[in-house]
Design a protein around this ligand. Sequence first.
Ligand code: ADP
Ligand code: MG
Length: 352
Amino acid sequence: NISATRPVIRQLDDAAINRIAAGEVVERPASAVKELVENALDAGARRIEVSYADGGKTLIRVSDDGCGITPADLPLALSRHATSKIDGSDLLNIHTFGFRGEALPSLGAVGRLTITSRADGHDAAEVTVSGGEMSGVKPAALNGGTIVTLRDLFYATPARLKFMRTDRAEAQAITDVVKRLAMAEPFVGFTLRDISGGGEGRVTFRADPETGDLFDALHGRLARILGAEFAENALRIDATREGLQMRGYAALPTYSRGSSVAQYLFVNARPVRDKMLYGALRAAYHDFLSRDRHPAAALFIECDPTLVDVNVHPAKSEVRFRDPGLARGLIVSGLRHALAEAGHRASTTVAG
Ligand code: ADP
Ligand code: MG
């Protein structure tokens, strides 16, 4: 009797679907922080505060002074594939960090999530989702903006919980994520606080909003994050090629590192880890550095969103350029030009 062993096809319920999606979107506490801070940036926040306890395993809280969410929209923010950022008609033209409408429902499926928010002209309200079950919208007290609290990440998925590393390692990963986003947004203030053990907690990173023009602001922010020595040795990079723009700072070859840890690449303000882009950076310094030395740089590539596909990976750390050769060429030639000019300046100074 074959039918006795034939598997039955079932429609999964929302909680299960969200848990599966969460596996891709939320790998560890730092990925939750990244999604929440990106949401705050998308909401136009000028100040963002991130608190965490126990490496983010028991508590992550992100507060912002952005546009807020109306009480009526709160349940929608927690529904899968619900987003205010795109209408689905043009997936190649995305101007925000988010667009999938997956982060909040995913976080609500693998942790205890509370969103408190107040939009201009509306009352503050709060909604909680725990193990995929959503509470009703309740009145709350808040002056403006949004506070998202995520407790007990992965309590609903014990298998994932086992893959967590030490509190220290997870805290380090959170710091990394916040610093990367802070580099890309120098006009936004960031505070990162470890509140393990309760109380006010210890500020582990702070960057006040920078002022001035973009390059000044960026230089100030990079000095804060990568150190004064990087900033002193950094060349201003400003190059364009056929609609692709690269701005940022790249260090002189004399300030090279023994590893590639000080390489920060962004595409349309999104921190990316992309082999092709890293390769281009390496190639640009090829004539200036020995094999075991690595350039230090923070480079921001900007282009029309239609020229780059960010929809390659759920964590959005990979990108695909419509013309990869053009991106590579921009990086290699833009950096070589700046390095050659700096070399020329240095040699004429010595000569004169
Ligand atoms: P996405 O960012 O892809 O749209 P999310 O699940 O991260 O999906 O968020 C769903 C929606 O909730 C967003 O489109 C936005 O409208 C709203 N939202 C989330 N976080 C915030 C925030 N900090 N401030 C204002 N609105 C927010
Ligand atoms: Mg989002």
